[in-house]
Write a protein that binds this ligand. Structure first.
Ligand code: GLV
Length: 322
């Protein structure tokens, strides 16, 4: 037990870590005694109290607790990969706070989710179930994945995981990022500023972009209008998509189906058009969920880096928002 009660002023000096939320207990158990001098406090149920916040110099959870701005916490580790719910609030604080995030096994999990839906679509799994229900025995087009093109918006760790999974099934992959810089996980990469970045021959269009001011509402007709009959899969954030444009793109045939794991509001309102649109498949934000192992490993990696004076690889650029 560390008796030092002085507040850390730098993330490298932290010694009181507050863990909050449903994974808190398991993460604390996994950290165990690996970090001498690090005390942990777990709040599994409900929000941390003002006393918890005053005690801590580091915090990990899924969201920022109320009153966070009055604490002296200098390091926040997000238990998830997307930090749109944390970064803007931390950026606006008068004191510097380091934000790191959990990626863990997410790229592989996301890759499997996208691959599952891309294959289900190519193999007409839903249509065969419908045909069976109607006692119809009719072969549909042979599946085409070998050489089919998947265009992935975002070439970060998650985009790369998705590209790797799709490549394993024979897809060609085109990545789209801010500058068009190459990435080994993609057959080719285009810059988002290039109006032709999304190739017309795209069969599967996947969004993995982080949600920032720049990406909010950025996936609309200018992108959907480029493709003809593509499958759209959103595993990034719902608010990146202009939902009215998505509906229009489905109606005009630019998209043949949309698989949405994320929506602008979750859960969506009962009267949202996409609940019962025949060309929309919804899943409740489960494409890739971080577990306690993912969080503990990434938290430990960040702690190791901080204690050795390195900037953790999982650090978020607060100005950029990811
Ligand atoms: C899930 O959406 C995450 O950001 O980890």
């Amino acid at each position: 037990m560390n008796q030092d009660s002085s507040a850390a002023t730098h993330p490298g000096d932290i010694h009181r870590l507050l863990l909050s939320g449903p994974l808190a207990e398991q993460v604390a158990e996994r950290l165990g005694t690996a970090y001498p001098g690090l005390e942990t406090r777990v709040v599994s149920q409900g929000p941390p109290s003002s006393d918890d916040l005053a005690w801590a110099d580091a915090y990990t959870g899924f969201r920022l607790p109320e009153g966070f701005e009055r604490s002296a916490i200098v390091w926040v580790h997000a238990m998830m990969a997307g930090v749109d719910a944390l970064a803007p609030a931390l950026r606006d604080l008068p004191r510097p706070v380091l934000l790191t995030r959990t990626v863990g096994d997410m790229p592989r999990k996301m890759g499997l989710y996208v691959l599952a839906y891309a294959l289900a679509d190519a193999h007409h799994l839903a249509e065969y179930r419908e045909q069976q229900a109607d006692r119809v025995w009719r072969p549909l087009d042979a599946p085409r994945t070998g050489g089919a093109l998947a265009t992935i918006l975002g070439t970060g760790e998650i985009g790369a995981g998705v590209a790797e999974a799709l490549q394993g099934a024979g897809f060609d992959t085109c990545g789209v990022n801010r500058t068009g810089h190459e990435h080994p996980a993609f057959s080719r990469v285009a810059a988002a500023t290039d109006p032709n970045a999304v190739p017309r021959e795209t069969n599967v269009l996947v969004n993995t972009l982080p949600l920032t001011l720049e990406t909010t509402g950025s996936i609309g007709m200018s992108i959907f209008g480029r493709v003809e009959g593509a499958l759209f899969i959103n595993v990034g954030r719902g608010a990146s998509v202009a939902m009215d444009d998505l509906r229009r793109a489905l109606e005009l045939g630019h998209l043949r189906h949309a698989v949405l794991d994320v929506l602008p509001t979750e859960p969506p309102p009962a009267d949202a058009w996409y609940w019962d649109h025949p060309q929309v498949t919804l899943t409740p934000h489960i494409a890739a969920v971080t577990d306690a192992g993912d969080v503990a490993r990434s938290l430990s990696a960040a702690l190791d880096d901080l204690r050795s004076g390195r900037t953790p690889e999982s650090s978020v650029d607060l100005a950029r928002g990811y």
